[in-house]
Design a protein around this ligand. Sequence first.
Ligand SMILES: C[S@@+](CC[C@H](N)C(=O)[O-])C[C@H]1O[C@@H](n2cnc3c(N)ncnc32)[C@H](O)[C@@H]1O
Length: 239
Amino acid sequence: MSAPVSDAASGRLAPADVRAMFDRIAPRYDLMNRLMTAGRDRAWRRAAAAAADLAAGDRALDCCTGTGDLAFDLADRTPGGEVVGIDFSERMIARADEKAGDRPGLRFEVGDVMNLDHPDDAFDAATVAFGIRNVVDLDGGLHEMARVVRPGGRVVVLEITVPAHLQRFYGVWFDRLVPRLGALLGRDADAYRYLPASVRRFPAPPELAARLAGAGLGDVRWRTFAGGIVALHHGRVRP
Ligand SMILES: C[S@@+](CC[C@H](N)C(=O)[O-])C[C@H]1O[C@@H](n2cnc3c(N)ncnc32)[C@H](O)[C@@H]1O
């Protein structure tokens, strides 16, 4: 088998390069998020946490948790329960740990969504925000998320999309301004060249819904935000 090819400009990076890239941008990641979305990313994650359909005492897993923002929103919804955030970037997890302090019911682990270190049916829901696009094997990642959720529990995916009517806007904002902003703030233009290219490669909402169904989820639904640039999908693990 040949080694995976890495090419930031085409949105294809081998897992070790994805991890190294997020390790590099971890210190400035939250600031970049706020700037690139004009602060809207927080509301989108809160909607994703609501879509997980959790109750007090429940257990939830946030995959590709990064600096943990969605995991914090899940913890707000599960008093007395447990939220685990996993990410394969040690520096992102270190930032998440710093932000969490001693907060009860929330812990962060270094781990790979392709090979989760948790038994079948261990959680009431699994979520991923702006992360699954970076996972080299989308179907493998979705299957793994569904595996660790009990039958009837939710899998939730929040991701950026490119709606047909906004192709021109994307050309200017994502392909030109975001890489410049990244170069300026993060001194890492490659990372912010990879971002738009990886978004273009990612399946549109109807296809992503089909892939979720293929991973063992029923009752798959989605909605979009901000004129269609962000999509929130969810489905329930079939018995
Ligand atoms: C764009 S960030 C999203 C972080 C966070 N979920 C958020 O909402 O801001 C993507 C994250 O996915 C992580 N990631 C990518 N592939 C992964 C994998 N196979 N296993 C675990 N984490 C992964 C990266 O390290 C990075 O922290």
